[in-house]
Design a protein around this ligand. Structure first.
Ligand code: FAD
Length: 559
């Protein structure tokens, strides 16, 4: 019977999961969880909502206490204990009691590192001024709440327009604060492809968020008692009484580095598929490790709770001699702000390009989240990426007010099962009018992509719109065309196309668009069967507005 001594560093998402799983697998193991903060197993993901007062009771964020771990799982949890060193030779860690300052040494047979990732806080001038916060822990969120209660700020700047930054923006607005988001990239939500982020940008601006894109922060100054000034690299200045920095996180690798564990190319702890580090007695999980992307095969840092939990389980299994393996990450993520949801899974177009992959295609669609005849139907915007040569599903992004997460979850599982667009076409998904459609948006995405993969429809490359010599044919009705169209496009409504085909050139390619892509598909089929070279501008005018928010710059080739 084993009496393994297992020490876990970090007692939140990965660490707590690993500890509980270890106990379920090995009743005799001695399990010690060391956490430098005051709490274990707290809901980091709920912190922005606590700041926003959506969650009002701090106690709700604390999912399990050290007492619960002791009583229910017979696990020794010590909070306010920081592990300061690892002695790999003696298989022991040095821990410091942060209240008494006393250091002691604890031996281990297996060590699990789950120290997470720390918010990036660059050494910009003025970074330590009061009123500038980051958000990682319950005390961090309490500090922001206290600042709001004491100072009653009217204005805030959120630096960083990623998931946490936008969640914070929404929650500060809940508190009656006017928010400016300053983001260095050209788009919000950098994990999304730019045109999908465009839907998010429009929504945020419609809700009064002042979005400042392509502006890097240079530093902060204090003006008077209550006012901070955020200065950008281009010389702009934004006044605020509260600043939240959310420009990303950096894996906590200090312990691992000092112990000479291998660090990977992205700066995270390098592990194998059982989460074992370069030392066979040490495992590492969660935000601190780098992991292989399931689609591109590249190493990545993916600071998300789902992977951290799954890795905790895999590490526990491996320590207990089981065969479990971590499959890699797909970066499946979801975020909501002001009623809009944005979600993604697998690879984005930019990730595929970064990975040097060329054999892929993307399609856009803008269906309702449930049938249009049932009240409350909301349009969703979906982009599906797949391998051109065999239809393998590579990634998807979706933005909309309803039904977004469900579609991405289905496609996420399809990606993990290595499904193709033909599988999505065939997917049998639940349907009643208030939930979806007999042809669910996921089926639709599969059908459109299958049309492309089978060669029934060719997709026109949106990114060549400005330079193409193709004729742009808009097959919407005249009133739709008049309300806004691609610069230089020719309008022949679908219903008139058969009769007016003589007006179209046979020597030139024809790129067809409609509102969302469906009528253009019908038009492409008509044209192709009549000897024209026609391609569909996928997603139609809706996609055009997202891809070219300011219109095309060159129009010479279009007419
Ligand atoms: P953590 O959960 O951060 O735990 C690490 C713990 O280790 C920390 O408590 C730290 O104090 C402790 N520690 C570090 N070093 C030591 C040491 N030397 N000794 C002792 N203890 C140490 N993910 C999602 O998937 N969805 C979301 O909606 C989402 N929202 C988020 C919102 C916020 C505000 C934040 C901060 C994160 C959010 N995340 C979200 C990310 C998610 O919380 C993390 O991916 C996950 O918690 C990572 O788990 P982990 O165990 O690696 O690290």
């Amino acid at each position: 019977m084993s009496h393994k001594r297992i020490v876990i560093v970090g007692g939140v998402a990965g660490g707590a999961t690993c500890a509980a799983r270890l106990r379920r697998l090995d009743e005799n193991a001695e399990i010690l969880v060391l956490e430098k903060g005051p709490y274990v197993s707290f809901a980091n993901c709920g912190l922005p909502y606590y700041v926003g007062d959506v969650i009002q009771d701090e106690g709700k964020l604390l999912l399990a206490s050290p007492e619960l771990f002791r009583k229910r799982f017979n696990i020794d949890v010590r909070t306010k204990h920081e592990v300061v060193a690892i002695d790999r030779e003696r298989r022991a860690v040095t821990l410091k009691n942060l209240e008494s300052g006393v250091e002691i040494v604890e031996p281990y047979d297996a060590l699990v590192l789950s120290p997470g990732a720390a918010p990036i806080r660059p050494s910009w001038p003025g970074i330590d001024l009061p009123g500038i916060f980051t958000l990682r822990t319950v005390p961090d969120s309490r500090e922001i709440r206290n600042w709001i209660a004491a100072r009653k700020p009217q204005t805030a700047v959120v630096v960083g327009g990623g998931f946490i930054g936008l969640e914070m923006a929404e929650n500060l607005v809940h508190r009656g604060i006017a928010v400016t988001v300053v983001e260095m990239a050209k788009q919000v939500m950098p994990p999304l492809d730019a045109e999908m982020a465009e839907f998010v940008r429009r929504h945020l601006e419609s809700r009064g968020i002042n979005l400042v894109l392509e502006e890097g922060v240079a530093g902060f100054e204090r003006h008077g008692d209550d006012c901070l000034v955020v200065r950008t690299q281009s010389g702009r200045a934004f006044e605020a009484e509260l600043v939240v920095l959310s420009i990303g996180v950096r894996p906590e690798t200090r312990l691992a580095c000092n112990a000479d564990l291998e660090i990977g190319e992205r700066g995270g702890i390098r592990v194998d598929d059982q989460m074992r580090t370069s030392d066979p007695h040490i495992w590492a999980i969660g935000d601190a490790v780098e992991v292989k992307n399931w689609v591109t095969g590249q190493w990545e840092l993916v600071p998300l709770a789902g992977p951290a939990n799954r890795q905790g389980r895999v590490a526990a299994d491996a320590i207990c001699g089981r065969e479990a393996k971590f499959r890699g990450v797909q970066g499946t993520a979801v975020c909501g702000f002001f009623g809009l949801t944005a979600a993604l899974t697998g690879a984005t177009e930019k990730a595929l390009r970064r990975a040097g992959m060329k054999d892929f295609e993307s399609v856009y669609l803008h269906p309702n989240h449930h049938v249009g005849y049932y009240p409350g139907a909301q349009m969703i915007h979906l982009k599906l990426l797949f391998r051109r040569s065999d239809g393998l599903v590579l990634g998807a992004q979706c933005v909309g007010e309803q039904g977004v997460a469900r579609r991405i979850d289905v496609i996420a599982q399809a990606i993990q099962m290595k499904a193709t667009v033909f599988d999505l076409e065939e997917a049998e998904l639940c349907y009643a009018p208030q939930y979806g459609a007999a042809k669910d948006p996921v089926n639709f995405a599969g059908m459109i992509a299958s049309n492309v993969a089978r060669g029934d429809m060719e997709i026109a490359p949106w990114n060549e719109l400005e330079s193409t010599s193709a004729l742009i044919l808009d097959v919407r009705e005249a009133h739709e065309f008049r309300a806004g169209a691609i610069e230089g496009a020719v309008n022949i409504p679908l219903s008139e196309l058969r009769a007016r085909m003589g007006e179209l050139p046979r020597s030139r390619e024809i790129w067809v668009n409609c509102q969302v892509g469906q009528r253009a598909y019908y038009a492409c089929r008509i044209l192709a069967q009549n000897g024209f070279r026609a391609r569909n501008l996928s997603g139609g005018y809706k996609s055009y507005r997202a891809l070219y928010p300011e219109g095309v710059r060159e129009t010479s080739g279009i007419r």
